[in-house]
Write a protein that binds this ligand. Structure first.
Ligand SMILES: [Mg+2]
Length: 112
């Protein structure tokens, strides 16, 4: 890939010409899809908040607060649950699927 040199104004014009979502992309999607899409977006933000707690702990050399991590993990779980709900799937199914996948990948027998 060639490097394209440009000044700030040229870059701003370039960005203005990059196709942006207009909302029309969503016209064929139903409400459940949009709810899942929104939840996935929120979940991504919440996962970043978990990472931020770890980064702050590292950078400032302070203790990680498990209550804050728990709070943000709960927010991530909320997003996961919303997504599963839109697809008619359950947390039990997600856990069973993930357990099977990891058991197979790492050769660990599933515990009953
Ligand atoms: Mg949060």
């Amino acid at each position: 890939m060639d490097t394209v040199e440009c000044n700030l104004e040229e870059y701003q014009n370039f960005v203005a010409n990059v196709p942006q979502p207009t909302g029309n992309e969503f016209k064929f999607k139903d409400q459940l899809f949009l709810k899942g899409y929104w939840a996935a977006s929120q979940m991504n933000c919440e996962a970043s908040e978990v990472l931020e707690l770890y980064e702050k702990s590292l950078r400032k050399d302070i203790e990680l607060d498990p209550k804050k991590v728990l709070d943000e993990c709960g927010d991530v779980l909320w997003g996961i649950t919303c997504i599963l709900n839109t697809l008619g799937l359950t947390l039990d199914e997600a856990i069973a699927h993930n357990t099977s996948k990891l058991s197979e990948r790492h050769g660990i027998a599933k515990q009953d």
